[in-house]
Design a protein around this ligand. Structure first.
Ligand SMILES: Nc1ncnc2c1ncn2[C@@H]1O[C@H](COP(=O)(O)OP(=O)(O)OP(=O)(O)O)[C@@H](O)[C@H]1O
Ligand SMILES: [Mg+2]
Length: 474
């Protein structure tokens, strides 16, 4: 993975190019040579350089202009200018235009190497800073990957196990269940965490740009390619490529991607030689890939290549016990983000949240909590603050058609059983099941103390005991 630093030497005098490349070559640097500013720009469009040495006085595009163009494209590119001893003025001009340093001709080998080492060190620091900043952000994001249900414990255990490896992981699950969060967490908890995590939404790239987005291209590879591009695969070298919504990949791209994964080599559009890449792939989809294969929309060979380890994110409605902690987190975040006063949910409000079917899963919960945080007036959020509180329950009872879902706003819905001749009975059943979960939890929270639990639930002790018996919670 670590290749020798790539250095570009630009000078119109052949013997200077030669001397410099010999000096640098002795120290293990990889050198590319350009006899003019024009030639240099062409090379820069095609490969990346850790540092560029350029002569100042050249016919055509001179050193200053080259410097300006390079910096405009990539402000962090390290450029060292080489000047005749007599023209220190231009050197100063170059420094002002963003050159890292300058060397006066004639130069000694030590001098060149020292400057180069310093310059490369600076480049490394810049890279490191950028990566650190990104990591801090990501760590922060995934540090709030929550769940205490047994289903989520299984997810966390699997992530911890596979994070150490390079195995390809296929994450499935409904929309909003946390597939991307899981992918980031696999990356962050493994040995690649210092390297990039590159998310790609396969459904969002226009088909005609797909190849160059993934594989990159050289300058002029096709109409409109007026700059070279690295490509997402090369960008994730050493790190993790996250193929989100992988079912949306067109079939021809599936073939090409499979080849890259098998050969671990990538060739940019318009380039002859391919380069090695070392990446880890995590893919996600909310579609049933087996069905996609049957329908001829997904290649079986790619499926097997991706599905080495399968991680299924459980829908939120199957783990209502996670809802209070998620809701508390999202409420805290919404309060901070919107500069609101302190807020909390009443037990009744939590019950309402736990009763929803959350078709849009955690994302829908997050939106609902954010909305209620902003809209509610008091410090305590009650069931009446929700658009789907007791009023929505009435809507269910009044709903005319069974077998459909009644949407109660953004991403949540209450589904009406097919056979629900008696909608009232259906509602009662759902409510009771949820009530049982909540009472059980509150009792545990209060270590079985019924007086305290009754208080927390806003019930009389007697009413609680009746319910405990009715639900067999003894
Ligand atoms: N267990 C969790 N803890 C905290 N936040 C979560 C959890 N799961 C999901 N989220 C949050 O819910 C939102 C949706 O998560 P994410 O984008 O990972 O879902 P997804 O499965 O990729 O959705 P889609 O299929 O729509 O792309 C994000 O804001 C994420 O931070
Ligand atoms: Mg996603």
């Amino acid at each position: 993975m670590t290749q020798p630093p790539n250095i570009l030497i630009v000078d119109d005098e052949e013997h200077i190019r030669k001397i410099m490349s010999i000096m640098l070559g002795k120290h293990g640097y990889n050198c590319r040579l350009a006899a003019s500013g024009e030639e240099a720009l062409e090379l820069i469009a095609q490969e990346s350089f850790n540092a560029i040495f350029t002569d100042m006085k050249m016919p055509g595009i001179d050193g200053l202009e080259l410097l300006a163009r390079v910096k405009a494209d990539n402000p962090e590119q390290v450029v060292v200018v080489v000047t005749a001893f007599t023209s220190v003025d231009t050197a100063i001009q170059a420094m002002k235009a963003g050159a890292y340093d300058y060397v006066a001709k004639p130069f000694k080998e030590d001098e060149i190497i020292l400057i180069l080492e310093k310059a490369l060190e600076r480049g490394r620091l810049l890279d490191e800073n950028r990566l650190l900043r990104k990591q801090i952000k990501e760590r922060f994001d995934i540090s709030s990957f929550l769940g205490d249900s047994s289903a989520m414990h299984k997810v966390f255990d699997l992530i911890a196990k596979v994070a150490e490896t390079r195995a390809t992981v296929l994450i499935t699950g409904e929309s909003g269940t946390g597939k991307e969060l899981a992918a980031r967490s696999i990356h962050q908890n493994g040995p690649r965490r210092e390297r990039p995590f590159v998310p790609v939404n396969c459904g969002a790239i226009p088909p005609n740009l797909m190849e160059s987005e993934f594989f990159g291209h050289v300058k002029g590879a096709f109409t409109g390619a007026d700059q070279a591009k690295k490509g997402l695969i090369a960008e994730s070298d050493g790190g993790t490529l996250f193929l989100d919504e992988v079912a949306e990949l067109p079939l021809d791209m599936q073939v090409k991607l499979l080849r890259v994964l098998q050969e671990e080599e990538v060739r940019r559009v318009g380039e002859l030689k391919s380069s090695k890449v070392n990446l880890r792939v995590v893919a996600a989809t909310n579609k049933d890939l087996k069905e996609e294969i049957e329908a001829g929309r997904f290649r079986e060979d790619l499926f097997y290549r991706l599905n080495v380890i399968m991680l299924k994110m459980p829908p939120l409605r199957e783990r209502p016990e996670d809802i209070p902690m998620l809701a508390a987190l999202f409420l805290k975040q919404a309060v901070e983000k919107n500069g609101l006063g302190e807020k909390k949910f009443s037990p009744g409000a939590l019950r309402v949240l736990m009763e929803q079917r959350w078709v849009g899963n955690v994302r829908a919960l997050r939106n609902a909590v954010e909305q209620v945080a902003v809209m509610s007036e008091g410090e305590v959020i009650t069931p009446d603050d929700f658009p789907f509180g007791p009023r929505a329950a009435e809507a269910v009872q009044a709903a005319p058609v069974a077998g459909q879902s009644v949407s109660c706003g953004d991403g949540f819905a209450v589904s009406i059983p097919e056979t629900a001749v008696d909608l009232k009975a259906a509602l009662k059943e759902v409510t009771e099941a949820t009530e049982r979960v909540i009472i059980d939890r509150v009792l545990k929270d209060h270590k079985g103390n019924r007086t305290h639990a009754a208080e927390a639930l806003g019930l009389s002790r007697r009413a609680l005991i009746t319910k405990i018996q009715a639900y067999n919670l003894d």
